[in-house]
Design a protein around this ligand. Structure first.
Ligand code: BGC
Length: 922
């Protein structure tokens, strides 16, 4: 049929265009990118081979037992030669300008010159070889023939697999297959790449299992593969270590993929086409919310198929504007779990519910650093330490973004409520970079957040919504953020031209400054249309990469407050409760010995799940502390006494009970979001005569147990008078059940404080929520207490258990770290008590002889581990050399100092029994 031919030709042409390799990189960029990938792969291969050959010699007894291959001079020489070859390859094919435009990520983020990229690729790849072989082929003494065979095969297969997987991903990154990837997916998930990797993995696993099945107990492997049950579990563990290594290598060789994954360039092409069709008015329509009141959203564009974004609050669950939802424990409670994987599940659940209610973006997590516990929104964030905060934020963002766009907030320095709309928070650049921003950087670079909300306050003289340093230089510049920035609601946008110039992309919730005034600013020539295109590109990128056009949210009430989610709130709260004091084994309340409990205090009967500001969630039920205790009491009798003054029968009940549980603390009357609820706390003392209540109960009953609720620190004048104290925070809708589980010993408490509890407010830096200009210096929280030599009442990282843990045998490798390398630390943790429990092992670093003033110690890693009675596990920590840097204000960059560092490991910031040291090479 001749008349069909032209159409067929057009169709073929379109298909060819679509199938053509991406031309996103120009030839010189392509050449440099390929050189980095090839040089990196070869270096990894050679370093692995050099280390493995040293290990073989050790196993055969050819070199002295105890030789450390990481420092062995012959091996070091081979690795250095390999690094030099790779460096040559990159140097010959790259220029500074090309490296700058490629902007590699991961260990190479910030590399802007050929010298930078050579240093980070050679340093990080060689270090990665060491990291992998410390697991798959660690140094030991001579081995029997069978063990030698197992060690050799395991090492060979792990190395081969890591390299082959790397090669498969690199091939995908070069190929037109990228165009077929759905937006937001990465090469490792591209179907043919996945198939290839799965078959490589199966082959390698079979070889390891075959050779090692009989020799497992004799052959040493490094943690976490040091105690494999079978040859197959060993293989899976080693190959997972290889997965992690090759993933990190890939990240450092290419530009950040952000939330768009490897399909990003195809999305950019679609955006180019859309922008070409949009009028100025249509573009600006994308840049502001639709209405001051009601559910917040941006406007869809039906003509072009742009879906718009529906936004809902979410720090402790889906906001009340969309009706009922699962109420999780507040952020501070979740911070106390020190469990980023669990937080990922929380984010995933909140994202699921948001989407099931038609929203496409969750206005969470709140990740402002808690400078002072009187901050009214303390409950929403995860704690006082930037590293811990960042790890938790990454968990939430990763989970939520499986379903909706996540939105870390409020960027930045927002930690006072009463003056939040106006206060100018000043701080020097080092304080900003090291204390107030790292968690935002992690949320953006490691979590790949699709959006960031600017804060209301000013930072160093500019409102955050029009702050060029924060939005333009740091967020979009240094960190390479590819999502959009939207203002906090109403007073978060203060201007038209300064805001768009600084980098604010969306004004929320309506277009006061970004409606007609922005159209006028463009037509009047004050704002270039390229600035508008840049903002709209970011807004469209988020919508397309999250597939809001092709896979929009669908209403699904069955997902909301589902049993899976309400069970998750219970699980989270069980991990979040922190046991602060437990004298004379007052807890747990063993049901066979304790026959009667009196529950005291008005908070025991409150549905106390958090403040009444924007983070309000309305679950369909809340289990109060009293209901939880009654429901789980079994045969134990439970009576309730509300408050003082006590009647004669109250006194009799409190005195006669085998144990008295006072539930006390803060409520929405005491703390919350500023201007719209009560705002900041007026002090750290317990409100509403609850101190007197606790003292009165303690005077009558020697087994008085205090359950605290609220955002955090409360002064405890009665601390020595009561037998036990635990803090349950604002515990979510299943909170009462979790509290009862811990009291009765059905759950062993395992939470640790994500912030310091001081003895007195005077022990903390001042909290000024009246002045409109405040200055933040470097120190707060445990760093401040450490510096002043002040003991906390309960320190950062502290929490008791019903069992006991012991720490032993610290190892650190390598002894000298490349400035782009990674330190691997292991420690043995043993459960020395009679019941199973979780321990949160913490690693802190101190700096010896730094040229700048440094804190006494900084948290740099933590691991939650479950241990049966008597069980020992080797926990593995990692510290990137880059995370040891200080911000060199004069040079305007990060500086990793070639000094010695002390590592301390233990159970809290004040209980660190293990210590070791390492150096960073110049
Ligand atoms: C809060 C934000 C919130 C927004 C929308 C503001 O007042 O500061 O955290 O997301 O309102 O409800």
């Amino acid at each position: 049929m001749p008349h069909n031919r032209p159409r067929l030709a057009v169709a073929i042409l379109i298909a060819l265009i679509n199938a053509a390799p991406l031309q996103a990189l120009d030839p010189s960029e392509r050449q440099c990118q390929n050189a980095i990938a090839t040089a990196g792969k070869r270096l990894l291969k050679r370093s692995l081979a050099a280390l493995a050959s040293c290990e073989r010699a050790v196993a055969r007894g050819g070199v002295p037992a105890g030789t450390d291959c990481l420092t062995d001079p012959t091996t070091a020489q081979k690795r250095a030669e390999a690094a030099a070859k790779s460096a040559d390859r990159i140097t010959q094919r790259c220029t500074d300008a090309v490296v700058t435009s490629l902007a590699p990520a991961g260990e190479c983020s910030g590399a802007r010159t050929v010298a930078d990229v050579v240093a980070c690729i050679t340093g990080s790849h060689d270090a990665e070889a060491g990291t992998l072989l410390q697991v798959a082929d660690p140094s030991s003494g001579p081995l029997s023939a069978v063990a030698q065979q197992c060690a050799a095969q395991a090492s060979l297969q792990t190395r081969r697999y890591a390299l082959a997987r790397l090669r498969a991903i690199q091939q995908c990154k070069r190929s037109p297959r990228l165009l077929d990837l759905p937006p937001g997916t990465v090469c490792a998930l591209e179907p043919s790449t996945m198939k290839r990797i799965a078959s490589l993995r199966a082959q390698a696993a079979a070889q390891i299992a075959a050779e090692c099945g009989a020799a497992l107990t004799e052959t040493p492997f490094g943690a976490p593969c040091d105690a494999p049950g079978t040859g197959d579990t060993l293989a899976q563990c080693l190959l997972s270590a290889a997965d992690a290594s090759s993933d990190r290598i890939v990240v450092s060789q290419y530009a950040a993929v952000s939330f768009c994954g490897d399909s990003g360039e195809a999305v950019e092409q679609r955006i180019d086409a859309l922008l070409a069709q949009m009028t100025l008015a249509e573009k600006i329509e994308q840049m502001h919310g639709a209405a001051l009141l009601g559910l917040s959203h941006t406007v869809p564009n039906d003509r072009l198929g742009i879906p718009g974004i529906v936004m809902i609050d979410g720090p402790r669950g889906v906001g009340v504007t969309l009706g009922n939802a699962t109420a999780f424990p507040v952020g501070m409670a979740r911070g106390a779990t020190w469990d980023p994987d669990l937080e990922e599940r929380v984010g995933e659940a909140v994202g699921t519910e948001a989407r099931a209610k038609g929203a496409s973006m969750i206005l969470a997590p709140t990740i402002n650093l808690l400078r002072h516990p009187r901050w009214g929104r303390a409950q929403e964030t995860y704690g006082e330490d930037p590293f811990h905060l960042g790890r938790m934020a990454v968990g939430y963002v990763r989970g939520a973004q499986q379903h909706v766009i996540a939105n870390p907030k409020h960027f930045a320095g927002n930690s006072i409520e009463n003056t939040r709309f106006n206060v100018d928070v000043s701080m020097d650049e080092r304080t900003l970079r090291e204390i107030y921003l790292p968690h935002f950087r992690m949320a953006v670079q490691d979590g790949h957040a699709g959006a960031v909300m600017s804060a209301y306050n000013q930072l160093n003289g500019h409102y955050c919504g029009e702050n060029p340093h924060l939005l333009h230089d740091v967020l979009k510049g240094d960190w390479g953020f590819r999502g959009f920035v939207e203002s906090d609601w109403v007073l978060g946008t203060r201007s038209t031209v300064p805001s768009i110039t600084a980098g604010l992309d969306i004004e929320m919730p309506a277009g006061i400054y970004y409606g007609q005034p922005l159209v006028d600013a463009v037509t009047g020539g004050q704002v270039g249309e390229d600035a508008i295109d840049g903002a709209v590109r970011r807004i469209l990128r988020a919508q397309l990469c999250f597939r809001l056009d092709t896979d929009p949210p669908q209403m699904d009430p069955t997902q909301v407050e589902s049993p899976a989610h309400t069970n998750l709130t219970l699980e989270v709260e069980r991990e979040a409760i922190v046991l602060l004091k437990n004298s004379a084994a007052a807890l747990p309340l063993n049901r066979t010995q304790v026959h009667s409990i009196v529950v005291v205090g008005p908070v025991a009967t409150l549905a106390n799940i958090g403040d009444l500001g924007s983070s309000t969630v309305a679950p369909s039920y809340v289990v109060t502390a009293l209901q939880g205790i009654q429901g789980r009491a079994g045969g134990v009798s439970v009576t309730y006494v509300p408050s003082l003054p006590f009647s004669a029968s109250d006194v009799a009940a409190v005195t006669a009970a085998d144990a008295a549980v006072v539930v006390a603390g803060l409520t929405a009357q005491d703390e919350g979001e500023g201007q719209i609820t009560v705002g900041d706390r007026t002090g750290l003392a317990m409100p509403r005569d609850q101190d007197q209540l606790i003292t009165a109960v303690a005077a009558l009953n020697p087994r008085t147990i205090v359950v605290l609720e609220g955002s955090g620190p409360i002064l405890m004048p009665w601390v020595n008078d009561v037998a036990a104290i635990l803090t349950a925070w604002y515990p979510g809708q299943e909170g009462g059940n979790a509290i009862a589980d811990v009291l009765f010993g059905d759950v062993n408490p395992s939470g640790k404080l994500p912030l310091s509890f001081p003895r007195a407010e005077a022990d903390l830096p001042p909290f000024d929520n009246v002045s409109l200009a405040v200055t933040y210096d470097y120190y707060h929280g445990y760093r401040y207490l450490d510096r002043n030599g002040t003991a906390a009442l309960f320190p950062f990282g502290f929490g008791l258990s019903y069992t006991t843990f012991q720490y032993a045998h610290l190892t650190l490798a390598p002894a000298t770290l490349d400035p782009h390398g990674r330190l691997r630390v292991t420690a043995e943790v043993t459960n020395t008590g009679a019941i199973a429990g979780d321990e949160i092992a913490q690693l802190y670093v101190s700096y010896n002889g730094s040229v700048v003033d440094r804190p006494a110690k900084d948290l740099k890693d933590f691991v939650r581990v479950h241990l049966e009675p008597g069980e020992t596990e080797t926990v593995v920590f990692e510290v990137r050399a880059a995370d040891l840097a200080f911000w060199d204000t004069a040079a305007g960059g990060w500086e990793v100092e070639p000094i010695t560092y002390t590592v301390r490991v233990g159970s809290s910031s004040q209980d660190l029994p293990l210590a070791g040291s390492f150096a960073v090479a110049p």
